[in-house]
Design a protein around this ligand. Structure first.
Ligand code: T3D
Length: 262
């Protein structure tokens, strides 16, 4: 595997670290393949029950590497739609479709696709000094990687348009106040807090969490009737899991449950 994404498993958590710190972990085609492979590896390892995504060095990710233009001749215009189709859209779909909870630890600046990849994760925890920048506006592009989907749903249309059209940095505290992210920690505490959050999720009834993720994501498009029907179907499935039986049994026996993720 390329060293542009580091991979480590501990306590049921696969930690994936974007690792091009000199370029603020900007995405190259190589880093995209390494990240896709690492996500697939985590998803197919039964010992992994949660994923933690973060960045090496002072940034989370500066979005597309603006130097990695795929060998174009001078003056030749790239078909950016192709890059989106081939690299960014599959990544967002992978993250949203994973049957595992994904924590994103935003350790520094998250710009362009880097910001929106963070928002595609399930729980986003950021260092107090982190910033979120819809950098697309500064280079004549449209927010991609789900930005135009996530932003208005998370912060409302007025703030989404302000962020997307101005491309100004949004600090972690403001991002938290606006409901863009789950939590903020002191910079020095981020790694530990994020690992603790991911470890807690990994020990939880993760099949139920996967179904919960599916339901909440579907709510962005469903009406109430469809959502009620979906909840019924998913609850039926959750009710058949070992972890549901174990949770109830442990409650009745006044002991700590031991969940297996199935
Ligand atoms: O193109 C397609 O395929 C379509 C897909 C598009 C998706 C996108 O993500 S488009 C948006 C691309 N990203 C950006 O426009 C952000 C560009 N970067 C910045 O605006 C700034 O670097 C930051 C605000 C993120 C951080 O600023 P600062 O002052 O903390 O750091 P810096 O000095 O600008 O950057 C440090 C180094 O990282 C520097 O390299 P050097 O000079 O030390 O060798 C800089 O060039 C490099 N770097 C930062 N971002 C990128 C990058 N190199 C390549 N691509 C980058 N995106």
């Amino acid at each position: 595997m390329s060293d542009t994404v580091l991979y480590a498993v501990d306590g049921g958590v696969a930690t994936l670290t974007l690792n091009r710190p000199d370029k603020l972990n900007a995405f190259t085609a190589e880093m995209h393949s390494a990240l896709a492979a690492a996500l697939d590896r985590a998803a197919s390892d039964s010992a992994v029950r949660a994923i933690l995504l973060t960045g090496a060095g002072r940034a989370f990710c500066a979005g597309q590497d603006l130097e990695d233009v795929g060998g174009l001749a001078p003056g030749e215009a790239a078909d950016l739609g192709q890059a989106i189709d081939r690299l960014y859209n599959p990544l967002v779909r992978r993250l949203r479709g994973l049957d595992l909870p994904v924590v994103c630890a935003v350790n520094g600046v998250a710009a362009g696709a880097g910001a929106n990849i963070a928002l595609a994760c399930d729980l986003v925890i950021a260092a107090r000094s982190a910033r979120f920048i819809q950098a697309f506006a500064k280079i004549g592009l449209v927010p991609d990687s789900g930005g135009t989907f996530f932003l208005p749903r998370l912060v409302g249309e007025a703030r989404a348009k302000g962020l997307a059209m101005l491309g100004d940095a949004l600090g972690a505290e403001q991002a938290l106040a606006w409901g863009l992210i789950w939590a903020v920690t002191d910079d020095e505490a981020l790694a530990q807090e994020a690992a603790a959050l991911a470890t807690r999720l990994a020990a939880a009834p993760t099949r139920g969490l996967a179904l919960t993720k599916q339901a909440i994501q579907a709510a962005a498009e469903n009406g109430l009737d469809a959502q009620l029907d979906l909840e019924r179907d998913l609850q039926r499935e959750a009710g058949r899991t070992h972890d549901h039986r174990e949770g109830v049994q442990a409650f009745l026996e006044k002991r700590k449950p031991v969940f297996r993720g199935n």
